[in-house]
Design a protein around this ligand. Structure first.
Ligand code: PMP
Length: 424
């Protein structure tokens, strides 16, 4: 489409409310027509470095994934009333990369559906309705999940009976008493049963950083001692992304009862999954609940996800993520010497956050600066970055894993120049 036609297209889309006000992302006004590797292209062929990934794990249009999906599309694409080899193959492959107690898969299409199902399983299997979530978390868009989230206007408090536990302030990671433990005790005093605890695998709060292993381990002990189930939400990471481990929850040495994964496992194709133990899956099955999801686990999604996992392993992307992510985090930390506005940089592999503050001592968030950085990175440097869904002063980098050291240096140099320009 020519530029003028595109402008018309955008205007008309806006008028017809085809552009949802619920997707205020950095690239909201771009008409992206093509993706390849770590790059996106607009209708004029302009190239953008994609550091937001958001679903694209290996890189856009990875040839092996495209081929696997196309081949299966030509062969069979149907609903999941039938058992299909593709589903069995992927379930086996996925479980072979997870701790040995996690053997049963329920497939869905989105991370939200996966988390909704995970909570249902916890409530049915452990009994009780109370669910504990953490401050700063986002678990999905369904009405049932809204009360678990930190960033939403919740008119009615979702469908669950929820408590929110704060993360410990950084530097006092032991956090005595553990807030999850405290909630469990309070619930027990009221004669209530806690069904489960759900957390993003790497819990994070701006100004506090990522939480410690001991905080989560204490929380798991408290939940398990009252018969509840622990759910690790792996949706935003994807296998190999954090570099040191295949899955993010493994970084903390945790043994979740249920793990949910989404978006990245399909490299942009809608696939999500709930993985749990045989004992839990059997108990859930015996509760008489039939879980049927028309497209969750369809052959095309399964063929795609299976290939994504194979590519992560064959191309050594976990190691690559550790190397490039390590370089990127160190270089970004280096910018803190010249730019006081960067309050903190944290990262594991290619999952990285950059906090902007008005004052490093008080950690007062600078949301306006983060927004300006996001816009100038896009307009002047053709880099797509997004802000954290809960903390507006935080830039979140989760690029496709094929990003190179040269790309990461380009991100650092561009950020350096944007911050210099904005401070002059
Ligand atoms: N959990 C987490 C931690 C997420 O980041 C997201 C999506 N950003 C979801 C769940 C929901 O996934 P989806 O948008 O695929 O429903």
């Amino acid at each position: 489409m020519a530029t003028e036609e595109n402008d018309e297209f955008q205007q008309s889309a806006k008028k017809q409310k085809l552009q949802s006000p619920l997707t205020p992302e950095a690239c909201g006004s771009l008409n992206i027509t093509k993706g390849k590797g770590q790059y996106l292209y607009d209708q004029n062929g302009e190239q953008y470095l994609d550091t937001a990934g958001n679903g694209v794990h290996l890189g856009h249009a990875h040839p092996r994934v495209v081929e696997a999906g196309s081949k299966q599309m030509a062969l069979l694409c149907t609903n999941t009333r039938f058992l299909n080899d593709c589903m069995v193959l992927y379930a086996k492959h996925l479980c072979s990369t997870l701790p040995s107690h996690l053997t049963q898969c329920f497939f869905t299409n989105t991370g939200s559906e996966a988390n909704d199902l995970a909570v249902q399983i916890a409530q049915r299997v452990a009994g009780g309705t109370h669910v504990i979530a953490l401050e700063g978390a986002y678990h999905g868009l369904l009405a049932s999940l809204r009360a678990l989230n930190s960033n939403q206007v919740v008119e009615r408090d979702g469908l669950y009976d929820v408590s929110k536990a704060p993360l410990p302030v950084s530097g006092s990671q032991e956090h005595q008493p553990n807030p999850v433990e405290e909630i469990v005790k309070q619930q027990q005093l009221q004669g209530k049963k806690v069904a489960g605890f759900i957390h993003e695998s790497l819990p994070y709060a701006a100004g506090k950083g990522f939480c410690s292993a001991s905080f989560l381990q204490q929380a798991y002990n408290a939940i398990h001692s009252c018969g509840g189930l622990c759910i690790a939400d792996e949706v935003p990471y994807g296998p190999g992304c954090i570099g040191s481990h295949m899955y993010a929850f493994q970084k903390y040495g945790l043994t979740p009862d249920i793990v949910t994964m989404g978006k990245l496992v399909g490299n942009g194709h809608p696939v999500a999954v709930v993985v749990t133990t045989k004992e839990i899956a059997d108990k859930f099955g015996s509760c008489g609940v039939e879980y049927f999801n028309t497209f969750g686990g369809n052959p095309v999604s399964m063929a795609v996800a299976n290939e994504v996992l194979s590519v992560v392993i064959d191309e050594g992307l976990q190691h690559h993520s550790a190397e490039v992510g390590g370089h990127l985090v160190e270089s970004l930390k280096g910018l803190m010497k010249t730019h006081q506005s960067i309050g903190a940089v944290h990262g594991f592999g290619l999952y990285i956050v950059i906090e902007f503050v008005q004052d490093r001592l008080t950690c007062e968030p600078d949301t306006e600066l983060a927004e300006d950085v996001k816009s100038i990175m896009l307009e002047a440097h053709r880099i797509i970055v997004t802000t954290h869904p809960v903390y507006g002063n935080v830039l979140k980098l989760r690029p496709p894993l094929c990003i190179t050291k040269e790309d990461s240096q380009y991100i650092v140099d561009s950020l350096d120049s944007v911050l210099t320009e904005l401070s002059s």
